[in-house]
Design a protein around this ligand. Structure first.
Ligand code: HEC
Ligand code: HEC
Length: 304
């Protein structure tokens, strides 16, 4: 604050307080009172008496002024004056953040020495993990980790990048970048629909598809797609290439949606969280994610 505004604020505040005190005393009684203790004003037959404010009222008023002066001495308020306590809002924020961090550290202490698998089976760890998941992951993966269009379901047992602890950890810490290139140019307008038919056929979506079309699609698939999706189309976690023969579809399984996936490509990105979250928190979240999928019976997986 510049010297001028500093002085301006101090003078204005002090003068206002002094004025208030003066005003309170100066107007307790009117000057030259009449003998009958009235002001001489009569309205509709009602006589205005010259009584001072009730004592309790007046002293409360004085108290607020005393409080105000005390407050200005103890806390910052008078220009640049820092106050006797040296209080700042930044300090207070840092202290309360520290308190939160300390209490988190204290509650996480109970899990030290536990493996991620053990934490995944621990109710307390899971409820902490769940809260962290809600804050950090649910915007994309949904409140229950159920996913959505373009965002994988983390509560089933189908994994693009692998469902082992190490692989899940890697997905969270380092992030993932899926590279499914656009194939429209390579396949051409004639072959594209055939590949779509083949993909839907092996997924069980077009069981009665024309055999010749399926065969032609298969040829293209073996040439261009098996490198990532595998010869039996069950996917490869190294590339994050999903299985195309299960019921789980990240981008939908209608002809139109699959055609877009193949012709235009898909590049889902999972952001790296190593800079965003402490290792303790990542451990809790990873354990929670593991717990989401580990108790799913095989039947539930097929439903996606
Ligand atoms: C370089 C590796 C690679 C090649 C080659 C490749 N894909 Fe993919 N494919 C991927 C990845 C990775 C994904 C996941 C994309 C994502 O998560 O955003 C994917 C996704 C898909 C999907 C969407 C699946 C879903 O769940 O919605 C389809 C369909 C697909 N690929 C079909 C094909 C076909 C057909 C070919 C051959 C023409 C092909 N891919 C070639 C890596 C590849
Ligand atoms: C900005 C959106 C976003 C946020 C936030 C996010 N994710 Fe993801 N995550 C994705 C996308 C998109 C993918 C799929 C990448 C791909 O297409 O391969 C993914 C993939 C994953 C995978 C791999 C899934 C598989 O099938 O292999 C895991 C595990 C995962 N996320 C966990 C988390 C956790 C835990 C958090 C919170 C700490 C989180 N994600 C936060 C978008 C997000």
């Amino acid at each position: 604050m510049s010297g001028f505004s500093n002085a301006w604020i101090i003078i204005l505040t002090v003068v206002t307080i002094v004025l208030l005190v003066w005003l309170s005393f100066a107007t307790r009684k009117i000057k030259n009172p009449r003998d009958d203790n009235t002001t001489g004003h009569v309205y509709d037959g009602i006589v205005e008496e010259d009584n001072p404010l009730p004592a309790w009222w007046f002293s409360m008023f004085m108290l607020t002024i005393v409080f105000g002066v005390g407050y200005l001495l103890v806390y910052p308020g008078l220009g640049n004056y820092k106050g006797m306590l040296n209080w700042t809002s930044v300090d207070q924020l840092e202290r309360s953040q520290q308190q939160v961090a300390d209490s988190f550290q204290a509650s996480i202490q109970q899990f030290s020495g536990m493996s991620i698998e053990e934490m995944a089976g621990n109710d307390k760890a899971n409820s902490m993990g769940r809260r962290l998941f809600t804050t950090n992951c649910s915007v994309c993966h949904g409140r229950e980790g159920q996913g959505g269009f373009g965002f994988p379901n983390l509560a089933d047992s189908e994994w693009q990048w692998g469902g082992s602890i190490d692989q899940i950890m890697h997905s969270i810490v380092k992030g993932r970048q899926a590279v499914m290139a656009p194939w429209a140019q390579v396949l051409g307008a004639e072959n594209l629909p055939k590949v779509v038919t083949y993909v839907r056929h092996i997924a069980g979506l077009e069981p009665d598809a024309d055999a010749a079309t399926v065969e032609a699609g298969k040829q293209q698939f073996s040439t261009y797609c098996v490198a990532c999706h595998g010869p039996d189309a069950t996917g490869n976690p190294v590339f994050g290439a999903p299985s195309l023969v299960d019921d789980v579809w990240l981008y939908g399984n209608s002809r139109a949606e699959i055609q877009v996936s193949i012709s235009a490509g898909r590049n889902g990105q999972m952001p790296a969280h190593e800079e965003l979250l402490s290792q303790d928190k990542i451990n809790l979240i990873a354990a929670y994610v593991l717990s989401l999928s580990s108790d799913k019976p095989a039947a539930a997986i097929d439903e996606g």
